[in-house]
Write a protein that binds this ligand. Structure first.
Ligand SMILES: Cc1cc2nc3c(=O)[nH]c(=O)nc-3n(C[C@H](O)[C@H](O)[C@H](O)COP(=O)(O)O)c2cc1C
Length: 163
């Protein structure tokens, strides 16, 4: 196997938590999608890294945004994973199909996902088909002790935009 194929198969075996990222553009447009490319990237100061596919509407809206909200998906949160992972905001209004409220910096906060943080966008780096977005947490809520929904359960979902 060549390096690229082996790399892809190594990555495909990993299990990692899924998140739903939401944002609001300068013009008030809302967007959100499920992501697996996400990790804490610094402890002090706290920093988080999100990878957004340039195909997604969320990426396009995030280009005109200053903040992202990152929601943890509980193990029983498959309905929300399905809505935000298999539908695209180019075709449907996801926010008309779930409960949400306006949170810090006007971000849409999803009522069904009680653990989340809001992050200010510090930097964006383009090195492939996903944009790396570095976040500084500015607000956070932890209202539930829960197991997270992970990639191996979420990967059966057909992405709203092909990766
Ligand atoms: C298992 C799984 C993992 C995904 N990981 C990411 C990701 O890390 N980054 C991303 O931008 N999209 C990811 N997606 C794709 C988006 O969630 C999906 O294409 C969504 O429908 C895009 O919605 P939008 O066009 O409204 O932004 C993933 C989808 C699935 C099913």
């Amino acid at each position: 196997m060549n390096a690229e194929k082996t790399f892809t198969s190594l990555m495909g075996e990993l299990d990692y938590p899924m998140f739903i990222v939401t944002t609001v553009g300068a013009d008030g447009e809302r967007a959100g999608c499920m992501i697996g490319f996400a990790t804490q990237i610094s402890i002090d100061p706290p920093r988080f890294l999100v990878g957004l596919s340039e195909k997604n509407r969320t990426y396009r809206v995030a280009r005109r945004a200053e903040h992202l909200a990152v929601h943890f998906i509980p193990a029983d949160g498959e309905d929300m994973a399905e809505l935000f992972g298999s539908e695209t905001g180019d075709d449907v209004d996801k926010f008309a199909q779930c409960a949400w409220h306006e949170g810090p910096a006007g971000l849409p906060i999803l009522d069904d996902l009680p653990n989340w943080f809001a992050g200010r966008i510090l930097e964006r780096v383009e090195r492939g088909d996903h944009q790396a977005i570095f976040l500084e947490p500015i607000a956070a809520e932890r209202e539930a002790d829960e197991q997270e929904l992970t990639f191996h359960r979420a990967k059966r979902i057909e992405p709203g935009h092909a990766p």
